[in-house]
Ligand binder design. Structure first.
Ligand SMILES: *Cc1c(COP(=O)(O)O)cnc(C)c1O
Length: 394
């Protein structure tokens, strides 16, 4: 029997939806013109970009001119931080973020520290939640920016973004959020939530790779990120990735249109997976907040297990999962997020992230739990630590 692939790594990347690909295709071939030229095939491209900007702006309740296309989430994060640091340096050199951000934020902060900026990395509680009192206490007269991710890519915890935005604005501080995981999974209103800058990425929402956007509120002084032509209101030069932009907007449009049903379906399968794993596999711990959690995220630590072995054996059954974030696997250090929520190294090492989609069926979920039960039992059977533990328990 041919093995069916069960893809539960949607936080790492997602497949392009057929309707998205269909919308993109003409822009590779017959509609190939440079949007900056004046003949008619080019004006069609220009129109496609204008339309895409409008579609995306609507999903955030903002104006089209506040949407800037980039090459993805990492670039948007880099831009938001580096360009604000440059533009507001004279006001202050203090930035507040969290210890559980994506490396696109954390490594950019490290770079800024080398340039003389001071960065406060907020702690999170055992569920991965930012503590508002700690944030309030971290604010200083020279704080120019607060950057807190909307939802975490490893453990799925959703932060109190509206509260953080309100606090930032009460203090006249800019607020950026990395919404790469949250965008189209959670309703976002940049006005209501006081968000000044927001990063998103195409390939996390069933759009293409290498395209994303940064929303920048009107009035925010932000420097050009790429110097050259006049594209993106002179702020990000380079001939536009027209097929990518069209695909990103199509993906966003489709995902926002069915957000309620789609995330409702995901939640059902998520909760089924969580409850079966908790009830049927001993010595496990759910990581992340139980309720303030992305609809598609499941993250567990399995005591006495190595996450890597788990992944390899799951792969053998056609199941794609992750033991942390794709960027950190390959290194032996456990994920910074799992350490930040207080897991000891050995428990963090035995963690598994399953990120589903609305196409994940209950049958697939059951197959994954059944496989997990078998694999965990097998691996524990070979673990001297587990053997010692069971002897002590007896
Ligand atoms: C994937 C991801 C990014 C990076 O986005 P790319 O488009 O792959 O550069 C940034 N932040 C978070 C939270 C992510 O999940």
């Amino acid at each position: 029997m041919e093995k069916k692939l069960i893809y539960m790594d949607n936080a790492a990347t997602t497949p392009v939806k057929p309707a998205v690909l269909k919308a993109m295709l003409p822009y590779f071939t017959e509609k190939f013109g440079n949007p900056s030229s004046i003949y008619s095939i080019s004006s069609e491209n220009k129109k496609a970009i204008t339309n895409a900007r409008e579609v995306i702006a609507k999903t955030l309740n903002t104006a089209p001119e506040n949407i800037y296309f980039t090459a993805g989430g990492s670039e948007s994060d880099n831009w938001a931080l580096k360009a604000t640091a440059d533009a507001y340096e004279s006001k202050g050199k203090h930035i507040i973020t969290t210890g559980i951000e994506h490396h696109a934020i954390l490594h950019t902060c490290e770079y800024l520290e080398k340039r003389g900026f001071e960065v406060t990395y907020l702690n999170v509680d055992e569920n991965g939640m930012v503590k508002m009192e700690e944030l309030r206490a971290a604010i200083r007269p020279d704080t120019i920016l607060i950057s807190v991710m909307f939802a975490n890519n490893e453990i799925g915890t959703i932060q109190p973004i509206a509260e953080i935005g309100k606090l930032a604005h009460e203090h006249g501080i800019l607020f950026h959020t990395d919404a790469v995981q949250a965008y189209t999974q959670i309703p976002i209103d940049v006005e209501e939530m006081n968000i000044d800058m927001l990063s998103a990425s195409g390939h996390k929402i069933n759009g293409p790779k290498g395209i994303g956007f940064l929303y920048i509120r009107k009035g925010v002084k932000i420097r050009s990120f790429v110097h050259g032509g006049a594209q993106e209101r002179h702020r990000r030069a380079g001939t536009e990735n027209v097929p990518g932009i069209v695909g990103l907007a199509k993906a966003a449009e489709l995902a926002v249109a069915n957000m309620k049903e789609r995330t409702g379906a995901e939640r059902k399968v998520r909760d089924h997976l969580i409850s079966r794993i908790e009830n049927e596999i001993p010595y496990v711990k759910l990581n992340g907040d139980r309720t303030k959690r992305l609809p598609n995220n499941i993250n567990f630590s399995f005591h006495f297990i190595e996450g890597e072995s788990l992944l390899i054996l799951l792969d053998g059954k056609g199941i794609c999962a992750s033991s942390g974030s794709a960027c950190t696997s390959g290194s032996l250090d456990p994920s910074h997020v799992l350490l930040a929520i207080g897991l000891p190294h050995e428990i963090a090492h035995g963690s598994l992230r399953l990120t589903i989609s609305d196409e994940t069926t209950m049958e697939e979920a059951d197959f994954v739990v059944d496989s997990l039960k078998e694999i965990v039992e097998h691996l524990r059977g070979m673990s001297p630590l587990y053997e010692d533990f069971i002897k002590k328990e007896a």
